[in-house]
Ligand binder design. Structure first.
Ligand SMILES: Nc1nc2c(ncn2[C@@H]2O[C@H](COP(=O)(O)OP(=O)(O)O)[C@@H](O)[C@H]2O)c(=O)[nH]1
Ligand SMILES: [Mg+2]
Ligand SMILES: [Zn+2]
Length: 357
């Protein structure tokens, strides 16, 4: 591998090189933050503020605009740097917001592992963990559960056990930024120049963890002076941070709220225990809701599966169904509106054209 590549510290590897090969000779950069139409990119040395090229804005499908973690092809010139293209994403954390035109919202791209943080010192919110893990499984990245603030808990081990029970196939770590417990274990996930992202409720200790991993004060690590190419400078807080021993971590406030999503795949992975039990159901399409020969409900009856777990599964499943229904309605409305607009435009065209004749 090209170990001395100038972008290596940003996680540039053979995979990205192969994707970049479609743009021979172009400058490649990585997005450290994307904010209200401004894209902050770095080449490994400086951070520059750029705009997405008009062509990109026009051609970008839902979710196609650059987000933190993206690899992008740069263009324009020094006074007007432009992002010409976004390289295909290896992974993407996304959600759909049915309230806002059912758009796909990409929260972060090209992350290898997603660390879902939950604070100890308050009861572990199992339903929230289940929801977040399903979203992460959907992204293609590896979910990791991090129970923070162990120093604030009477019995961190018991809490970890409880959490692990709703996270099949997921590594669980217990950390404390106060004592330093478990922090080094997390470095495993950034080895080899990999990128991780932290998600979790506000106050769950994400930024503190980034600090700990970076081994430096947050201001030093995060704040960068940015030039807009016209000699104007501003200071921004970058969301993608390079760690001293290689690897990168993304900490974004935008990853606070985990909404709904529209794929059932992540749900089945997050509830792989239920999926495995369902293999024993008499009916292939069993909904585990009163059907005869249901192996899942049998497991609940025999105490092998907590009833709460099945309830959670059902709740998220119906939520996904609801999101999909919303998306369908929205798509039909949009089409209707477009059709109307098109009809009016054509009518206007002929009216004016007719007037001239
Ligand atoms: N006791 C304790 N407090 C912590 C720990 N980690 C973070 N905190 C505190 O929790 C609060 C929220 O942390 P912060 O990192 O800003 O959370 P974020 O909103 O997820 O980024 C801050 O007051 C931190 O000092 C920890 O391991 N133990
Ligand atoms: Mg924070
Ligand atoms: Zn069943």
């Amino acid at each position: 591998m090209s170990g001395q590549h100038p972008l290596a510290s940003l996680g540039y590897d053979d995979r990205i090189a192969a994707l970049a090969a479609a743009h021979p000779g172009a400058a490649i950069a990585r997005v450290v933050r994307s904010d209200r139409g401004f894209v902050f990119v770095t080449d490994g040395t400086d951070v520059t503020v750029a705009r997405p090229a008009t062509r990109l804005v026009k051609s970008a499908d839902d979710g196609g605009l650059p987000v933190v973690g993206d690899w992008v092809v740069m263009g324009g010139d020094e006074t007007e740097p432009l992002v010409e293209a976004v390289l295909p994403r290896v992974t993407a954390i996304e959600r759909r917001d049915p309230g806002r035109a059912a758009r796909v919202q990409v929260l972060a791209a090209n992350v290898d592992a997603v660390l879902v943080t939950h604070p100890l010192g308050e009861p572990v919110n199992l339903a929230r963990i289940e929801r977040e893990l399903a979203l992460v499984w959907d992204s293609g990245a590896t979910p990791v559960l991090v129970l923070t603030k162990a120093d604030a808990s009477d019995d961190p081990a018991a809490a970890a056990e409880e959490a692990a029970a709703v996270a099949p196939g997921v590594s669980v770590h217990v950390t404390s930024a106060v004592s330093g417990l478990g922090i080094d274990e997390l470095r495993e996930y950034t080895k080899g120049g990999r990128t991780i992202v932290l998600i979790g409720s506000s106050g769950s200790g994400k930024s503190t963890l980034v600090n700990r991993l970076a081994g430096a004060d947050i201001r030093e690590t995060r704040e960068v002076r940015v030039s807009d190419g016209r000699g104007r400078h501003t200071t921004v807080s970058r969301e993608l941070v390079s760690l001293p021993d290689g690897g990168l971590v993304i900490d974004t406030p935008g990853l606070r709220a985990v909404g709904m999503w529209d794929s059932a795949e992540g749900l089945d992975q997050a509830f792989s225990d239920i999926a495995a039990l369902a293999d024993g159901c008499r009916f292939r399409d069993c909904r585990h809701d009163g059907e005869p020969g249901c192996a899942v409900e049998a497991a609940v009856a025999e105490g092998r599966l907590p009833a709460r777990r099945l309830e959670s599964y059902r709740e998220l499943q119906s939520e996904i169904g609801h999101v999909n229904a919303q998306l369908d309605i929205r798509a039909r409305l949009d089409k209707k509106r477009n059709d109307k607009l098109l009809a009016r435009t054509i009518k206007d065209f002929y009216k004016h054209d007719g007037g001239r004749r």
